[in-house]
Ligand binder design. Sequence first.
Ligand code: BGC
Length: 767
Amino acid sequence: MLLLGLTSCMGGRDAISPAIPQDPEMEKKIEQILSHLTLTEKVGQMCQLTATVINNPENTALSQEKMDEVFGKYKVGSILNIPFGVGQPKEVWSRYIEDVQQNSLAKTGLPTVYGVDQIHGASYTVGATLFPQGINMAATFNRELARKCAEIGAYETRACGIPWTFSPVVDLGRDPRWPRMWENYGEDPYVSAQMGLMTVKGYQGDEPNHIDAYHVAACMKHYMGYGVPTSGKDRTPAAIPEAVLREKHFAPFKEAVRNGALTIMVNSASVNGLPVHANKELLTGWLKEGLNWDGMIVTDWNDINNLYEREHIATSKKDAVRLAINAGIDMAMTPFETQFCTDLVELVEEKKVPLSRIDDAVRRILHLKFRLGLFNQPTWDTALGYDRFACEEFAQTSLEAAIESEVLLKNEKQLLPLKKETRILLTGPNANSMRCLNGGWSYSWSGDRADEFAQPYHTIYEALRNTFGADQVMYEPGVTWRENGNWWEEKTPEIGKAVAAASRADVIVACIGENSYCETPGNLDDLHLSRNQVELIQSLSRTGKPIILILNEGRPRLVHEIEPLAEAVVDILLPSNYGGDALALLLSGQENFSGRLPFTYPRYANSLTTYDFKVSEQVSTMAGQYNYSADIDIQWPFGYGLSYTQFRYSNFQVDRKEFTAEDELTFTIDVENVGSCKGKEAVLLYSSDLVASSIPDAIRLRNFEKVELEPVQKTRVSMVVKASDLAFVGLDGKWRLEEGDFTMRCGTEQLNIHCFQGKVWEEADIL
Ligand code: BGC
């Protein structure tokens, strides 16, 4: 595709409307407050401490003495985290926060803003409705469901008096070696942007300037490029071409920020040699100025100190504060130390950090507090009651999300659904564990206490017994996790017992995968499934009984050795408290599968890739003496997922086959349920740019819709794609839509479109 004929449009930055419209009354009040604050008070607002700092270690209650110091002396503006090491009932939460708030008001004159990682629902609240993790929500390809789940999560979080959650997580999970893949919406920028946006809307409601008592402030994280560390290990450096950073990693942040997201947390690690906490271009340039956003940027845990201690780009902790604040950090999750306050006051006095930067940060913090209504209603309003907390309707929504998120990957000879009278041998380390269904950020950080707190819900074992009858389900795990060891440790296996039990069963349901973990401790040296689990499946396959593999894991562990031994495979990912029930309903055919993989499932450790690889990553053998082949050899592709019914795609059309950069294209396609049962179908619309001035991606998702159809029912699905959505970021950092052909694909169908007038945009012009 030639660049001739491109028109360039530059410099629209000043013209961008504010991401969050300003409220003149609020602005006036903020300026009034700011004009009265001393430097110590301003800097205090910028400090965020973890709850244990204000607790009494002896009796796990708040310590008045410590609060006097934190709020009275240092004027600290924010507190985070679970106070007692593990989730609490909402009443305990709200009393605790009320107390903290009263102290903040009395000693700083301002409300504190309390933040908690309520990651999949109010996941640090005992008795709350937990939802499937982010990776599952992406697998539903259901925007409305994502919004509904977030709305409930916000309601139940606010019922605890907590106004701010550190969610959604919109790092692109593009490397399965990375231990935080499951917190995200998968590998694709578009899915991540859509699901992130809907989650933010669910959390915040539609009026970012006036978050009501049933909503919370969202915190998009971790800005940005966190999900692709070169080593695969958490919190280690990433190398990302600037074009990819802008086109892909920035996309979800941009989408939600331009639609009102109030706060952002920063990537703990570094991109292209510079820790993001010290990257002024990314923090101030791209985010605050580039998107004209007056929201607030908070650090991740201890990450200013890490500029000195881990990253070696500062000469001291104080120097690290200088770098981070000048780069654009507004609030420092220090999280244990008030030294940050002392250092920052000195840095301002020494003129190493301008006062204008401090004022800017405090303005942003005050915006957040005003927008959350904390000045009018600083504490939990008991009169509101929150009587829908954990109600049946909320549970149903979580179950629905779990059902739509479990992905059927293989179903030979239509082994599934299982007949009611089937005798099942249930095996594998994940078969009877709420911990495994939930993953991390569940009651405790690593999720290790989920079995204690999730008693009322059903493990896969309990759910299968309820659905198929207790007599029909034998349980012999064969491999089990060690209770108090490292998350990956297993006990001495008892594979023989499982093999012996198989003789009395018609099918084997093997629940394998990972135990729960969180963040950096989830680092892996080997992506293969554990040896014991592989041997369990190999031994069971020798019995000749059909095997159904249930993969219950936060990231795709390699299964190429055992997949051929199984007739059916389901990846349930981390479906949370209703995931066992959902699976039983799906396996029994009372519900139909509709989940799709939001990531590429790798087959080999040396063949990790994403679906939007560059076309030249797949090269066929060259003639001559060289074997020049480069293969993309994967287990299951992005977007893959089977159903008990079949859908036929036909009549794929577009309203204009020839288009310019200013056009909007509407694609329509008929989707018909030609099978024998009701089903939901995620209709995915892809584009391929056939020639571009830098190597094009093989294929990109541009839109999706989820439809539900009865047998024989047909519907016409319509999806809009702006021509500018087909643009890519060129090597000059600008968005470009180039003249030439694109192939569009949907289901089995495809058509070609042609751009006859391209364009080059600055980021600001394409917003
Ligand atoms: C994590 C964040 C989290 C923060 C506060 C950090 O270690 O990286 O995702 O929000 O802790 O708990």
